[in-house]
Design a protein around this ligand. Structure first.
Ligand SMILES: Nc1ncnc2c1ncn2[C@@H]1O[C@H](COP(=O)(O)OP(=O)(O)OP(=O)(O)O)[C@@H](O)[C@H]1O
Ligand SMILES: O=C(O)c1ccc[n+]([C@@H]2O[C@H](COP(=O)([O-])O)[C@@H](O)[C@H]2O)c1
Length: 191
């Protein structure tokens, strides 16, 4: 499960856990993007902080791992490059990409999407405020896509950053260990 994770929140964690359970995944690996593709602006927090927040969020979860694979790579963090690297490192594993409904809808715009669809399957998770536009997807994507439902959580990293900048509470939108890291380091206090 890739993401900007700026910061990671309970929407990400519940999507991952629901996908793991529903699709019988062995593990979920979280990889924060270095330079997210298709986003208008880059992350506000640096890569090391976003990775640290992921580590704190998944602490003690035996089926969750965090990877710095995209933070170590230069340039735009295209998923296909990550999957190629993971296939080299773990040739006996097969991979699924977990994405929310917003990302499912923009799959046709992903870099080298035909090749990517040949290498992975996609798990699309419901997201509050987003509707799947499945009829827009070419069959080579639709054939590799499983849609699953999670209890909807109307949480986004943008809303969390805006709340911090406005001096509002972000408690219970993300794990307490992430919350304390944000407060201690003064993250997101200005927009
Ligand atoms: N509340 C949520 N429910 C389901 N999926 C989510 C939710 N929030 C994020 N996702 C999914 O998690 C992945 C990573 O998302 P990302 O890190 O961009 O978070 P975000 O909350 O969308 O961030 P931002 O508000 O900064 O755009 C994406 O596939 C996204 O669709
Ligand atoms: O590879 C691509 O072209 C591509 C385009 C858009 C999004 N992604 C990946 O989808 C994941 C979620 O993206 P985002 O922007 O919602 O954080 C993250 O791992 C991105 O690198 C990948």
């Amino acid at each position: 499960m890739g993401g900007t994770f700026d910061p990671i929140h309970y929407g990400h964690l519940l999507a991952a856990e629901t996908a793991r359970e529903t699709c019988g995944l062995d593990e979920v690996w979280f990889f924060p993007s270095g330079e997210p593709p298709l986003k208008d602006s880059g992350p506000q927090a640096d890569g090391a902080s976003r990775l640290e927040m992921v580590y704190r969020a998944i602490d003690f979860q035996p089926h969750f791992r965090a990877m710095d694979i995209e933070l170590e790579r230069e340039g735009t963090s295209f998923t296909i490059d990550t999957i190629k690297a993971l296939h080299e490192l773990y040739p006996d594993r097969s991979f699924s990409i977990i994405i929310g409904a917003d990302r499912v809808n923009d799959l046709p715009q992903w870099h080298e999407i035909e090749a990517l669809a040949g290498m992975v399957s996609f798990i699309g998770v419901t997201r509050a405020g987003e509707t799947f536009q499945l009829e827009q997807l070419p069959s080579f994507i639709a054939d590799k896509l499983t849609i699953i439902e999670m209890p909807l959580m109307d949480i986004s990293s943008t809303a969390i950053r805006n709340r911090v900048a406005a001096g509002r509470s972000i408690r219970f939108l993300l794990p307490e260990k992430v919350h304390s890291f944000i407060r201690r380091n003064g993250l997101y206090e200005s927009v």
